[in-house]
Design a protein around this ligand. Structure first.
Ligand SMILES: NC(=O)c1ccc[n+]([C@@H]2O[C@H](COP(=O)([O-])OP(=O)(O)OC[C@H]3O[C@@H](n4cnc5c(N)ncnc54)[C@H](OP(=O)(O)O)[C@@H]3O)[C@@H](O)[C@H]2O)c1
Length: 257
């Protein structure tokens, strides 16, 4: 696109984030993405937050504006674009279950509670985390899809999976090849779809297992692509070259572009 810019990777230990920010600015960075474990801390370190970041309570994209930091979150809209591209499903009419209420699970739950869905179930290994999230959503977004909490690995969960149109896998299980599956995909209702937010070079074991059982399943590569494209537009003010980015991403993942 003729832009005189580079996108580099910088590793910053969690405890050094605040002191790294002035160095990034002195180094001439016009903006950055940040990922695990920095998104929540970055939220409190920027000067101003966009509504996307305020809704997510997290920042994954920063634009430097005359020395001040403007924080955005492209995770939810990137996820939505990936879902629309994969399935064109009507989320407002869908029964959705989120497995994992860490950073990404919380962001997507807040998004779905705002935009609406037929029902929203929250499941997390640490039950208290899921309960706190449900409480927050009930009090901040009254009237919208009242979320319900279900215990991890329970009979109630097996039943709920039979009444789920879309399962969002938001735990970090699957990042490592030998991780156990976060759930048994065969327990999903026939016709249920599975979106695993985790991505690796090859499809995650959960996506592979779900497809083997005949389910439509996608991994988090599409979400990564679309949240990156949204970040690109935030920094440059230009439409992202989505197909070029997709091609580069698939090539880097060793998949057929
Ligand atoms: N595709 C994308 O663009 C994209 C964007 C963001 C994130 N992600 C993916 O989302 C994943 C989670 O990120 P995050 O920011 O939400 O991380 P996080 O805040 O650290 O949350 C981790 C989640 O995984 C659960 N978990 C971890 N180990 C577990 C285990 N052994 N058994 C059951 N649950 C376990 C945690 O449950 P507890 O609360 O019980 O510990 C928590 O719900 C990442 O691995 C990343 O791949 C993808």
């Amino acid at each position: 696109m003729g832009l005189d810019a580079e996108y580099l990777r910088v590793e910053v230990p969690a405890e050094n984030l605040a002191s790294a920010i002035p160095l990034l600015q002195q180094g001439g960075f016009q903006g950055w993405n940040c990922t695990l474990p920095h998104k929540t801390s970055m939220f409190s370190l920027v000067d101003r937050v966009d509504p996307t970041a305020a809704d997510a309570k997290s920042v994954n994209t920063v634009r430097v504006e005359k020395g001040r930091l403007h924080g955005f979150s492209t995770d939810a809209l990137g996820w939505r674009a990936a879902i629309d591209e994969a399935w064109k499903m009507d989320l407002e009419k869908s029964r959705i279950l989120i497995l994992g209420c860490g950073g990404v699970g919380q962001t997507l739950a807040r998004y779905l509670a705002q935009t609406g869905c037929r029902s929203l179930l929250l499941v997390n290994r640490d039950l208290g985390k899921a309960k706190r999230l449900a409480q927050e959503l009930q009090s901040t977004i009254p009237g919208r899809a009242s979320p319900r909490v279900i215990e991890w690995d329970s009979k109630e969960l097996d039943q709920a999976l039979q009444e789920t149109d879309l399962l969002i896998q938001g735990t970090s299980l699957g990042l490592k090849k030998d991780d156990p599956l976060p759930m048994d995909p065969a327990k999903l209702a026939r016709g249920g779809r599975l979106y695993d937010t985790v991505y690796r070079k090859e499809s995650t074991s959960l996506v592979q297992a779900a497809r083997k059982h005949g389910y439509q399943a996608e991994d988090g590569l599409g979400m990564l692509l679309h949240q990156g494209a949204l970040s690109f537009s935030i920094w440059t003010g230009q439409k992202a070259p989505l197909e070029k980015m997709r091609e580069a991403l698939l090539l880097a993942a060793g998949r057929n572009p």
